[in-house]
Design a protein around this ligand. Structure first.
Ligand code: HEM
Length: 505
């Protein structure tokens, strides 16, 4: 017995010495602001528009920064080279997602693609979505994008002060049709209202530092009667709300598959028909969650790009005039632009790229998680580090985009490298946005239709004062322009007649 104890002590001592030795041998972390004991960089962490602070820090510490917050390593990648080296070339170890106990596990957001760890189930969801949202499959949705973009412009001309609300309705309506074949109601659509509530719930539930259980996961196992466990009640309520938005439109679609109420093609019915109308329980779960992932991914993102477009046009009338002139030259004034015109409209394409670059929709992307210890540029990145890509910094790199604050689509003309670089707006590697091509079609046609038919002018902020070109975007995972109004009027009676006529048929 005594020998066993001695042996155990010896093993422990040797292990401790080895850990110390190996620990000392591992290279240092990437550079970053000096951390305090225990708290680490907690007190230095920015709480809003973090991308601007990280861009400033890059001037001192370089393009890859290491931070420690309460023991958690965070790596911020401020350059395209670093993001591509790690998230793409080493994607086998940088493709998971950080754990969010409250939002992800207790409420259930991690069952949808964007917050899922990199597991076999994730790959099943992604494969299913990928098939429907790439290549020739996408063209089936072109008439739908064209129709809805015309409806949007008509509504915006009628009620320009409701721009943000109308664009939100447009994006939600397109994604509900494409995903479930559901036609939204013009006002107060129940699924869109529900989706807005759930997005609100998500921002409360995922706010860093809001929930102790995110730092101390075992708290979730305490019984409800223990003081301080109110979070469990909140989680149950939000989880029920979340499930309504996941299941509501899905069950609506399943129940009406063969009725004229369902608009086809759509994602759910295409997958169903490939499986001859009958799914195993597992396939049903995968379809449920992959359709919910598309709905979640598409409902708010293009909203930011399209409202940005209206703001940019109001601020840069010379760009607007140039875009319109290209449409008049290529498309003429006897019909409206279509997605098949895209390859013949390089300046409109450049406006779309500039919208994605000028104020990116997701300035810090969605965080990745490293799943193995790694060495990069002779520095140590531990397994379990949260890896954030500063997409805003990459799209404001003056070496690639001179004078980056200016909205200048001309920068892309004849510059293939700059054009290609804008794809970082959609993230990296195995987590690259699966809705990228779909979103580009949606934004492109919204831009082309607006420029073909209306004039956008007089940008005012919410207090009625003129907006300056150095406009400050809102904070958040998805960053929107600040509230503004602008006037949107038809170019001529012929143009509004053309719009009306296109919707009548
Ligand atoms: C302008 C519009 C959009 C932008 C800028 C955008 C951007 C992004 C970004 C930056 C990510 C994270 C990528 C990463 O982790 O590296 C992402 C993920 C995702 N996006 Fe988009 N997105 C847009 C529109 C859409 C649309 C329309 C859909 C659906 C049809 C969609 C579905 C998704 C999904 C499901 C994910 C999670 C993917 C994963 O975790 O593997 N997005 N998007």
């Amino acid at each position: 017995m005594e020998n066993t104890v001695l042996l155990a002590l010896a093993v422990a001592a040797v292990s401790y010495a080895l850990i110390r030795l190996l620990g000392r041998r591992r290279p240092p972390y990437l550079p970053g602001p000096t951390p305090l004991p225990v708290l680490g960089n907690l007190l230095q962490m920015p709480t809003e528009r973090e991308w601007l602070v990280f861009t400033e820090w890059a001037k001192t510490y370089g393009d890859c920064i290491h931070l420690k917050v309460l023991g958690q390593s965070i790596v911020v990648l401020n350059s395209f080279e670093a993001a591509s080296d790690l998230l793409e070339k080493r994607s086998a170890m940088y493709s998971s997602r950080p754990r969010l106990v409250m939002a992800g596990e207790l409420i259930g957001f991690a069952q949808a693609m964007a917050l899922m760890p990199y597991t076999e189930r994730f790959r099943q969801l992604r494969r299913m979505a990928h098939k429907e949202l790439t290549g020739a499959a996408l063209q089936r949705y072109w008439p739908l994008h064209e129709h809805d973009s015309r409806y949007l412009v008509l509504k915006v001309m009628e009620h320009p002060s409701d721009l943000a609300k109308l664009v939100r309705h447009y994006a939600g309506s397109v994604i509900l049709k494409v995903t479930y074949g559901y036609q939204t109601k013009p006002e107060d659509d129940p699924f869109l209202l529900l989706a807005e509530k759930v997005m609100g719930a998500f921002s409360i539930a995922s706010k860093p530092g809001n929930w102790l259980v995110d730092f101390v996961p075992w708290l979730r196992h305490l019984p409800d009667c223990v003081p301080g466990t109110h979070f469990k009640q909140v989680a149950r309520e939000l989880s029920a709300l979340h499930m309504q938005v996941i299941e509501g439109p899905y069950h609506w679609a399943l129940a009406r598959q063969d009725t004229p109420e369902v608009i086809k093609p759509n994602f759910v019915s295409t997958v169903m028909s490939r499986k001859a109308g009958s799914l195993t329980a597992e396939e049903n779960e995968i379809l449920l969650w992959s359709s919910a992932s598309l709905f979640g991914g598409g409902a708010d993102t293009t909203v930011s790009s399209i409202t940005s477009f209206y703001l940019a046009m109001a601020l840069y009338p010379e760009v607007q005039a140039k875009g319109r002139a290209e449409i008049d030259r290529v498309v003429g004034d006897r019909r409206l632009p279509q997605l098949s015109d895209q390859q013949d409209l390089p300046y409109i394409e450049a406006i779309m790229r500039e919208v994605l670059r000028w104020n990116p929709v997701a300035p810090l992307g969605v965080p990745h998680l490293s799943t193995q210890d790694d060495i990069y540029r002779d520095r140590f990145i531990p397994s379990g580090a949260i890896v954030m890509s500063n997409i805003w910094a990459m799209l404001h790199d003056p070496a690639m985009f001179p004078n980056p604050q200016e909205f200048n689509p001309d920068r892309f003309l004849g510059n293939e490298a700059a054009l290609k670089r804008t794809s970082v707006a959609f993230g990296f590697g195995r987590r690259l946005c699966p809705g990228m091509n779909f979103a580009e079609s949606s934004v492109f046609i919204a831009i082309a239709t607006a420029l073909a038919t209306c004039e956008i002018r007089d940008p005012l902020n919410e207090n009625g004062a003129p907006i300056l070109r150095e406009v400050m975007y809102e904070t958040g995972t998805i960053s929107h322009p600040p509230p503004f109004t602008c006037s949107v009027s038809p170019r001529s009676k012929d143009h509004s007649d053309l719009l009306e006529a296109s919707l009548a048929c």
